[in-house]
Structures are given as structure tokens and as C-alpha cells.
Design a binder for this molecule. Structure first.
Ligand code: CMP
Length: 266
């Protein structure tokens, strides 16, 4: 490369990093690291103690046999890092029986320590994502008046059970004659129910309850009249909702009975 000529691959690398700037990954990672800091520091301390301990043991066992590889503590620490991380470059290999037994034990503890790190981070990420979903669902649920009848404990259960979904205008949400295992609540936008006199349902309304109540196939095709934001509730969670709130169960059943009179049979 000529001096002063811009390095294209560098520009290319910077361009590839651009999407990361808007990614939500780094804020989430930051929160996970902050929340799990104590556990991560605990495992890192354990790693340091094990590393130093096995380096010392390796040094004591092997320094007389291989002074050029294990003759100093830093050399033994290098061997311990390579072995504990299970990288295994093979540049320093214990020759004695005791040294090899130690190596085996170090490798196994290395796997355990890395599994602990991975486990802490995975749990932290899972909880962070669940927390984000919960907050977003909570806001969506607040837009459905029916749920305002629920007590706090059931509301928390429902917020956990509901799955948000955005459907583009014109897309079919459920089709007549198909089996149904979930019902839907409209948060924003409108859906169109293809009854003989088509009906439009807007924010706060629900549909898809009939299949859950009767166990029969869908009685009408429902499609998005506009872009629509929905919350879906699976049949097991629907039973839970009805069990916890007889008032809501009655509203849903009465609405289903009223609609049954005007819906075409599958
Ligand atoms: P389901 O039969 O599970 O799936 C189609 C849904 O359309 C149905 O439940 C009702 O929720 C809804 N539906 C059927 N008929 C009407 C109607 N007349 N008015 C409003 N919604 C209806």
C-alpha cells in the first residue's frame, strides 16, 4: 500500500460496523454486565485463583524436568492459561505422570469455569429480554379496556402470556374452517371479519374466542383492514384467564354467543 493512499479495506470494515451503531445489542449487553457484575467478578476471581494455583503446581512438578518450559512462574502461568482455556497450543507439555494428571484436571476445571461464565451471561440476557418484553406487553395490555377488570396478580400472568404481533394491511389473521388455538386482542388498527355483513373491529375488541370456547373450527375469516397491532392469547392461557376472572370469562362468552347468531357456519 502506498503511503497516504486510503486503505479501502479499512473503510469497508468501518462501513460493516455501521449497523452496530443502531443495534440494541450493546445497551442490552451493558445492562447484563452491570446486573451480573458480582457473579462475573466471582467467577473471574475463581479463574484467577485456579490459574495461579495450577501454575504454581505445574512449576513445582515440572521445573526440574523441563526448566526451559516450566523454569519460571510466568512460563508456568502461560502453560496454565493455554490448558485452562482448553486452547492447547502444545508448546509446553508436562512430561511427568503427576504433571499430566494435573493437566487433565486443569482442562476439566477450565470447561467448568467457562460454562459458568456462559451460563451467567445467558441467564442475564434471557432475563433482560424477558424484562423488555414484559414492559412492552404491559403498555399494550393497558390499551385493552377488558384487562382493566383484572387484579394485579392475574394481570401480571396475562402480560407474561400475551404475545404481541403486528399484521400488515390485507393479511389474513385467521381463516374460516381452520382449527383455532389462540384468540386475539386488537391494540391498534382495525380488522375485518368476513361475515355476510362484514364487521370491522377496532382497538380494545377481541376475536378468535369462538374456536377456543366451542373447540370448533374458525367461524369466519378475519383479516387486517389496516396495519394492526394484536396481542394473541393461547388456549391454555385463555383457560387460565377465564378461571381467574369469571367477569372477563362472562363478557367473552356473551360476546361469542351474540356473534354466533350472525357468523356463517364453517
Ligand atoms: P373464531 O370462530 O374463533 O374465529 C373467527 C372469529 O371471528 C370468531 O371466532 C369471532 O371472534 C369473530 N366473529 C365471528 N362472527 C362475528 C361477528 N358477527 N362480529 C364480530 N366478530 C365475529
Amino acid at each position: 500500500m502506498l503511503v497516504g493512499t486510503p486503505d479501502r479495506s479499512l473503510y469497508c470494515a468501518v462501513w460493516l460496523l455501521k449497523p452496530l451503531r443502531d443495534s440494541t445489542f450493546f445497551p442490552v449487553l451493558g445492562r447484563v454486565l452491570a446486573k451480573e457484575a458480582r457473579n462475573l467478578i466471582g467467577v473471574t476471581t475463581l479463574f484467577g485463583v485456579v490459574l495461579f494455583g495450577v501454575a504454581l503446581a505445574g512449576y513445582v512438578i515440572e521445573r526440574g524436568i523441563q526448566p526451559e518450559k516450566f523454569g519460571s512462574i510466568p512460563q508456568a502461568i502461560w502453560w496454565a492459561v493455554v490448558t485452562l482455556s482448553t486452547t492447547g497450543y502444545g508448546d509446553a507439555i508436562p512430561q511427568s505422570f503427576a504433571g499430566r494428571v494435573l493437566s487433565g484436571a486443569v482442562m476439566m476445571s477450565g470447561i467448568g469455569i467457562f460454562a459458568l461464565w456462559a451460563g451467567i451471561l445467558a441467564t442475564g440476557f434471557y432475563q433482560e429480554v424477558r424484562r423488555g418484553d414484559f414492559v412492552r406487553n404491559w403498555q399494550l395490555v393497558a390499551a385493552v379496556p377488558l384487562f382493566q377488570k383484572l387484579g394485579p396478580a392475574v394481570l401480571v400472568e396475562i402480560v407474561r402470556a400475551l404475545r404481541p404481533r403486528t399484521v400488515p394491511a390485507g393479511a389474513v389473521v385467521c381463516r374460516i374452517g381452520e382449527p383455532g388455538d389462540q384468540m386475539f386482542f386488537v391494540v391498534e388498527g382495525r380488522v375485518s371479519v368476513a361475515t355476510p355483513n362484514p364487521v370491522e373491529l377496532g382497538p380494545g375488541a377481541f376475536f378468535g374466542e369462538m374456536a377456543l370456547i366451542t373447540g370448533e373450527p374458525r367461524m369466519a375469516t378475519v383479516s387486517a383492514a389496516t396495519v394492526v397491532s394484536l396481542l394473541s392469547l393461547h388456549s391454555a392461557d385463555f383457560q387460565m384467564l377465564c378461571g381467574s376472572s369469571p367477569e372477563i370469562a362472562e363478557i367473552i362468552r356473551n360476546t361469542a354467543l351474540e356473534r354466533r347468531g350472525t357468523a356463517p357456519m364453517a
